[in-house]
Write a protein that binds this ligand. Sequence first.
Ligand SMILES: Nc1ncnc2c1ncn2[C@@H]1O[C@H](COP(=O)(O)OP(=O)(O)OP(=O)(O)O)[C@@H](O)[C@H]1O
Ligand SMILES: [Mg+2]
Length: 175
Amino acid sequence: MHVSKGTTRFVILVGNKAIKIARLRPLWVVLRILKWSLQGQIRTKLETRGSTVPGGILFCLRRMLWGVIMNRNEMYLWRHVRKPWMMPTLYSFFGIINIQPRGEPITKEELDAEHPFLPMIEAVGTRCGTDVINPENFCRYDGLIKSVDYGSDEMFGVLCPHISTTQIQIRHGQY
Ligand SMILES: Nc1ncnc2c1ncn2[C@@H]1O[C@H](COP(=O)(O)OP(=O)(O)OP(=O)(O)O)[C@@H](O)[C@H]1O
Ligand SMILES: [Mg+2]
């Protein structure tokens, strides 16, 4: 058994499965709010992050629940968009726990040579940051390179430009 601590999820690799448990980050929110209050900048900081104060509060809540959001996005994308480069998401318990098959780690050289969707991202001109070129976010499964980390808002925007992720996250009946 191997446990890996990602930014948004703890991942337990056991047998041929990867169990992805969302991390809740209330401390992140509390510390940020404390820091902004001490700086006397809470209003400005919230407005920077969410355009308005309520928008900023929503942003902080989303940061706290980011692992759940990533898990829910992955389940939604696997069910409704399904691409050969996605590691299958077999099961999701309300985004708190997701299960994927376990893949084999790959090297940067392998990813550079066989990246499964970079041309598609570049074609639509979306900036997805360094996550999409980080080999740790990919595995080999069934002989192919697949993404194990495809639930980000940016990726969701590319694959489902007609749906807002907030819609998915708040309407629990969606999937
Ligand atoms: N299906 C899988 N098969 C094998 N390993 C996996 C699988 N899913 C995740 N992992 C391992 O767990 C690590 C963290 O998973 P993942 O990237 O999905 O979580 P995360 O919280 O988004 O992490 P981070 O924010 O650090 O990228 C991966 O880098 C990979 O090493
Ligand atoms: Mg990752």
